[in-house]
Design a protein around this ligand. Structure first.
Ligand SMILES: [Zn+2]
Length: 132
């Protein structure tokens, strides 16, 4: 079976701007952000459907989303961190954490390619907020 893109990122086989990780979870910037700072929080374990996660990992995932929201908000001057879960484009559990100013910022049609420089810059800002 071929690895999915998130498993490749987890294994360092595909480059990504990683903002945070622990033993079970990984957070990196979406290369096609709806807004700058758009982050994907994923489980390191490949599971297709978020509702198939065991309760412990499911809870850890949402606690991590909460903990990342404040540094994300500060680094991007966002009003809120929007949360979206669909799992259709990549069948590996992930939560979109999107810095937003209005509800329509969560529209996937807003996604556009970000340059590596843009991603590196926002990545550094977020990492700095996380470490403070
Ligand atoms: Zn995977």
């Amino acid at each position: 079976m071929n690895k999915c893109i998130f498993c490749e990122i987890r294994d360092g086989e595909c480059p990504a701007h990683i903002i945070w990780e622990d033993e079970k979870l990984l957070a990196f910037l979406d290369a096609h952000p709806f807004n700058p700072g758009h982050t994907l929080l994923v489980t390191k374990k490949h599971v297709d459907d978020i509702f198939d996660l065991d309760d412990e990992l499911y809870s850890s995932l949402f606690l991590a989303a909460k903990q990342l929201s404040e540094p994300l908000k500060k680094a991007t001057n966002a009003k809120r961190i929007g949360v979206a879960i669909e799992g259709l484009s990549v069948p590996h559990v992930h939560i979109h954490l999107v810095p937003i100013r209005k509800a329509s910022d969560l529209n996937p049609q807003r996604a556009k390619d970000a340059s590596d420089e843009e991603l590196a810059e926002i990545c550094e800002k977020i990492r700095k907020e996380i470490s403070e």
